[in-house]
Design a protein around this ligand. Structure first.
Ligand SMILES: [Zn+2]
Ligand SMILES: [Zn+2]
Length: 265
């Protein structure tokens, strides 16, 4: 089944440009050096009557702007990788989209591991607490993130990875996989990443960071996994688009906001 993977944001937690910074990347006129917080859409057509299906992975602080730019009209599910601010703070902006979904069939499921669900319930208690009286709260429900999550016709396979001290989730769907915020990939997860056409890996910058991969580390993983094309995301302002791409091996490149990639589910 044909699907499209859209990069809503490819920036690190602070975004690029980074506030207050006047470096060459932050002041660049290349639109590919403007990176919103990391998120992707996976979209495909459902069966008759043909209806567009949309799954969002992470709703960061830029979610509203990203949804406007992609003219997002409905969401079938959200998958959360982990509960850091750059991946969850846009949850409140699910509200307007959730009202129509609720009328059509029920609240939007938000798939989250226990540690993520706990943070979502605490930060957004005005949506989730049983005695919330907030009339326009999001019509969403937290659903447990199992090893495999089915959204209509499509199965999303959870790919566990390490993010500093945390165990977080990546996702495989069809011949593609999306991993963000990775400092280590367990051996058992490499087995879930075989025979990929499209692989997304994070690559923060060249200098080491305790909870993020460097460009060198991401390239080593990409070459081991051997997807036909690897796209790098969660990119800091140390990496200019053109100059970084020039030094990357064939089949590996920086992604950019708005990039669309064909995927086979
Ligand atoms: Zn992040
Ligand atoms: Zn900068």
């Amino acid at each position: 089944m044909d699907a499209v993977l859209t990069f809503l944001g490819t920036g690190t937690s602070m975004g690029v440009p980074t506030l207050g910074c006047e470096c060459g990347v932050c002041t660049s006129t290349d639109p590919r050096n403007r990176r919103l917080r990391p998120s992707v859409l996976v979209q495909w057509n459902g069966p008759d009557p043909v209806r567009n299906r949309t799954v969002v992975i992470d709703t960061g602080p830029d979610f509203r702007e990203q949804a406007l730019q992609t003219r997002l009209k409905h969401i079938d599910a959200v998958l959360y990788t982990h509960p850091h601010a750059d991946h969850i703070m846009g949850l409140d902006d699910l509200r307007p989209l959730s009202f129509a979904s609720f009328r059509a069939g029920g609240p939007i499921p938000l798939y989250a591991a226990p540690q993520t669900a706990e943070v979502l319930e605490r930060v957004f208690d005005y949506h989730f607490s049983a005695d919330s009286t907030y009339a326009t709260r999001a019509r969403v429900r937290i659903a447990p993130l199992a090893d495999r999550v089915r959204v209509h016709e499509t199965e999303f396979i959870c790919v566990p990875v390490r993010h500093g001290e945390m165990d977080i989730a990546g996702f495989r769907f069809g011949d593609a996989a999306y991993l963000t915020d990775v400092s280590d990939i367990p051996e058992s997860s490499f087995e879930l990443l075989q025979n990929l056409e499209t692989l997304v890996l994070p690559s923060l910058r060249h200098q080491p960071h305790p909870s993020h991969a460097t460009v060198k580390q991401a390239v080593e993983w990409a070459q081991r996994i051997g997807a036909r094309q690897t796209w790098l995301t969660h990119i800091a302002h140390e990496l200019g688009h053109e100059e970084t791409n020039r030094m990357l091996p064939p089949g590996i490149a920086l992604a950019y906001d708005g990039l669309k990639v064909a995927v086979n589910l």
